[in-house]
Design a protein around this ligand. Structure first.
Ligand SMILES: NC(=O)c1ccc[n+]([C@@H]2O[C@H](COP(=O)([O-])OP(=O)(O)OC[C@H]3O[C@@H](n4cnc5c(N)ncnc54)[C@H](O)[C@@H]3O)[C@@H](O)[C@H]2O)c1
Length: 334
């Protein structure tokens, strides 16, 4: 297939693009390389895909590893986005570009409208105009809000998000439903559950905690540590995305699917394992719950399992791989 992966300089996008290209698909990665977090990390991820920083020009395609090309483009730039779609004849779009982050959405809601609502609309419109076979997009477990109806199933109510980030992801799902129904576009929304692993985001707990730990700075633990997450290793997420992309014909026209491990871990177990692997004694700064945070997430992954998905990575193995990368990338000698 010829696949567009948006958000290809991002954490999940880089891994997804690498896997799909390695498995023989022709992949074009797109990203605006914004500065929500350090752009150097995004350029270093792109380097893993064979793309040199010096070669990147806005709206101009560059070749990288076999089967991989990259284009710097903003999904808010509808004109150039449509030109790209007109030229490339994509079979499948894996749309991962978004303004991520729950906490940042509380102070910067407009960024979420611009990237996650307007940007998403531009993707939907391009899929309609250029008759794309399959659009797969990133939703989030955060749409479940503070539901205590666990494990979270795709058909349960998700109309009470507790962050603006989650509100934009839920909006994407309903916008996608209308487009799929009206224009008969196959659209699959994937609700990712807390993804971690090598090349992870520096605004998320694993990197934040690991950096603080090695610098002997306290780590903030919210809700006094009384939280659990369905931590899902990046390779399992990518496998789930690949299964959805390659089994398009077995999926209903509009479908929402959870991708998680299906087994939550206590936040404190995650932190303790991370500390042991890093060989640091964390200094804890226990704090009350933060606005927008949910207490627990737990994925029911049966629907995706019916397509062949089976998460394989234990918390221990996943953290081991993460720490291995973290020490190399941030040059930590211990
Ligand atoms: N990481 C997780 O745990 C998690 C959980 C649930 C959902 N998600 C969703 O998965 C997707 C990927 O997340 P991630 O963790 O890789 O985040 P990320 O921030 O590392 O990647 C997103 C990428 O999209 C790019 N981008 C943002 N706005 C853009 C725009 N207007 N035009 C072009 N590119 C743009 C960014 O530069 C970034 O490289 C996002 O949609 C996110 O909301 C992630």
């Amino acid at each position: 297939m010829k696949i567009l992966v948006t958000g290809a300089a991002g954490f999940i996008g880089m891994h997804t693009a690498a896997k799909m290209a390695a498995d023989g698909h022709r992949v074009i990665g797109l990203d605006n390389i914004n500065s929500y977090y350090e752009t150097q990390l995004k350029f270093d991820r792109l380097l893993q895909l064979g793309i040199e920083k010096e070669d990147i020009r806005y709206n101009s395609k560059v070749s990288g590893l076999p089967n991989f090309e990259f284009i710097e483009l903003d999904i808010q730039d509808a004109g150039n986005l449509n030109t790209l779609f007109a030229r490339e004849n994509f079979d499948c779009i894996i749309h991962l570009a978004a303004q991520a982050g729950v906490r940042y959405s509380i102070t910067n809601p407009r960024d979420y409208i611009d990237n996650n609502i307007i940007g998403f609309f531009n993707i939907l419109e391009a899929c309609r105009q250029f008759s794309i076979n399959h659009l797969i997009f990133a939703s989030s477990s955060s749409v479940y809000g503070n539901s205590d109806d666990v494990p979270f199933s795709e058909n349960q109510k998700t109309d009470a998000p507790v962050s603006f980030y989650a509100a934009t992801k839920k909006s994407n799902e309903v916008m996608a439903h209308a487009y799929s129904d009206l224009y008969k576009i196959k659209i699959t929304g994937l609700r990712f559950f807390t993804v971690y692993g090598p090349w992870g985001r520096p605004d998320m707990a694993p990197v934040l905690f690991a950096k603080a730990g090695v610098n002997k700075k306290p780590i903030k633990i919210f809700n006094n540590g009384n939280q659990s997450r369905d931590f899902t290793y990046i390779d399992d997420i990518v496998e789930g995305i690949k299964i959805v992309a390659e089994n398009s014909k077995d999926i209903e026209n509009y479908k929402i699917l959870n991708i998680g491990k299906g087994a939550p871990d206590l936040l404190m177990d995650f932190v303790t394992t991370l500390g042991k692997e890093l060989n640091v004694d964390f200094i804890y700064d226990f704090q009350p719950a933060q606005k927008g945070d949910v207490i627990a997430t737990f994925a029911n992954t049966k629907a995706l399992e019916n397509l062949g998905y089976k998460p394989k990575t234990s918390l221990f193995d996943g953290i081991h791989e993460f720490v291995d990368w973290f020490k190399k990338y941030y040059k930590i000698a211990r």
